[in-house]
Design a protein around this ligand. Structure first.
Ligand code: GLN
Length: 500
């Protein structure tokens, strides 16, 4: 029989439902690999498939996901499971409830394999801002996996989990997926409930799947968005005031397209001038040429304000973060640092001083400043105006084209430590993903090829609720490109050894 690790999630769920594979057997196969991991992708591993299951019971054999193990980014609350958003402030916290996106996957039959490493409170592009240490890229362990969902992307790339869940505020699902050679989908803002996700920037945060194939990503997205399967009003989560559920007309099915005939794909030429490496550009151009062969029409488009997305995002996201993170005061959540003689202000100060890492403190200071009276209009107000301009750019572009394509990241994975002393250079890594985040539109990253032996991601985006079209186009292109992501899976047993 084939090794269960070699099955895609779609294949594995089929085998589970048919009884060709048992839930404990599949779980144990991934559990053993995850325990031997040398990339630091996990912050916690379940002992068995029942451990994090609601009520401790395994899903029935007829459940859609059949007992598929999933890896979950640390910032999702899971009842009774350590959840720290990779911050020392929350280290050891075990929430009393489960995030809706994860609960819906569990209802559909997913089991939780473990929690994955990330940048602290999802702030970062390299996973080096984690209180649990950096994650290593399974393609080259001297390099970063991208961030902030670096653990989720590394786990899928190294075959430590069949699929993983991440969150994307400015690129944190798409960019690590690109740098690790896997698929990452950021859905339309509001489709997946944010309830139970430890917030970073509330107007941007969105949960999404990271997977080996586009079909696997669709399989998970389907369940994250619609719970028991009904699209429409039934998929709205009353516990998240911004939840809109699945309001797209078309059902989110598994993608099956083989051709791209009649599809118009826009390439924002000006945005591509922003520091894209030659090897990345070459892989991107080759992927576009394939899209052309499949019948797509490639046209140049103008997104005149997209290059200002970086500046606007790094005002808006820290502003929202400074407000969201004010709840971590040592009184209500997480760890408290206090000496007997301390008053309330000392308690706040010491807790936040010791609990937050340097990048989080930088963002709180930036955000608090941008929101302070006298500066609010000049910074936050202005950034929101730029955001509106970007939304209008996308509306105009989509009168001309169905989808927009860019490289997901301007570079391939860089060496650990290479950008840690230069926050602005680190922020610039998000230049391709941020415009879509500010506009709230869906976007996917799929592996397009290699440059210098490292994966290059292709980003495909469309208007709100165009996920079915994006997934179909990405699937057709994925088949045509034939990217082979098996190399890092082969490195685990050799490099690992059971470390736990
Ligand atoms: N890298 C971006 C940041 O640091 C995006 C992070 C994210 O999407 N969570 O804010």
């Amino acid at each position: 029989m084939t090794d269960p690790i070699d099955l895609s999630a779609v294949e594995a769920t089929g085998a589970l439902r048919r009884g060709d594979l048992s839930v404990p057997e599949l779980f144990a196969a991934y559990r053993a690999r995850a325990a031997a991991d040398d990339t630091n992708a996990f912050t916690w591993l379940a002992d068995g498939p029942e451990q994090a299951a609601p009520g401790g019971t395994l899903p029935g054999a007829d459940a859609v996901l059949g007992g598929l193990p999933i890896a979950v980014k640390d910032l999702f609350c899971v009842e009774g499971v350590p959840t720290a958003s990779c911050s020392n402030l929350l280290r050891g916290y075990r929430p009393p409830y489960t995030a809706t996106a994860i609960a819906r996957l569990q209802e559909a039959g997913a089991t939780i394999l473990g929690k994955t490493n990330q940048d602290e409170f999802a702030m970062g592009s390299s996973n080096e801002n984690s209180a649990f240490g950096p994650v290593r890229n399974p393609w080259d362990r001297e390099r970063v996996p991208g961030g902030s969902s670096g653990g989720s992307a590394a786990a899928v790339a190294a075959g430590l989990a069949p699929v993983a869940i991440g969150t994307d505020t400015g690129g944190s699902v798409r960019q690590p997926a690109a740098l690790c050679g896997v698929v990452g989908l950021k859905p339309t803002y509001g489709t997946v409930s944010r309830y139970g996700m430890i917030a970073f920037a509330s107007s941007l945060d969105q949960a999404g799947p990271i997977a080996r194939t586009v079909a696997d990503a669709a399989l998970l997205f389907q369940r994250m968005v619609a719970g028991s399967g009904q699209a429409g009003p039934g998929s709205v989560d009353q516990r998240d005031a911004t939840s809109i559920g699945w309001a797209g007309g078309d059902e989110v099915g598994l993608p099956s397209a083989e051709r791209l005939d009649g599809l118009r794909i826009g390439v924002p030429t000006e945005l591509l001038a922003e520091g894209v490496e030659a090897g990345v550009r070459a892989a991107f151009d080759a992927a576009l040429a394939r899209a052309g062969e499949l019948g797509a029409e490639i046209v140049e488009i103008d997104l005149p304000h997209a290059r200002h997305a970086l500046a606007a995002y790094y005002v808006i996201a820290p502003a929202e973060a400074s407000s969201n993170l004010s709840r971590f005061d040592g009184v209500r959540y997480g760890n408290r640092v206090q000496s007997p003689e301390d008053g309330l202000v000392d308690l706040y100060t010491k807790t936040r001083h010791d609990g937050f890492g340097p990048e989080v403190k930088r963002r709180i200071m930036l955000g608090t400043f941008a929101l302070s009276s006298g500066y609010y209009d000049a910074y936050y107000g202005r950034a929101q105006q730029v955001r509106t301009k970007i939304v209008e750019d996308f509306r105009a572009a989509h009168e001309q084209v169905d989808l927009i394509a860019t490289p997901t990241s301007p570079t391939v994975a860089w060496k650990l430590g290479a950008l840690t002393d230069d926050p602005v250079a680190m922020y610039a890594q998000d230049v391709m993903t941020l415009p879509f985040s500010l506009a709230g539109v869906p976007a996917i990253s799929i592996p397009a090829g290699l440059s210098e032996g490292l994966p290059v991601g292709l980003q495909l985006a469309g208007p709100a609720f165009s996920e079915p079209r994006i997934l179909n186009a990405a699937h057709a292109l994925e088949q045509a490109l034939g990217f082979d992501g098996s190399a890092p899976r082969a490195t685990v047993a050799a490099a690992g050894g059971d470390t736990r």
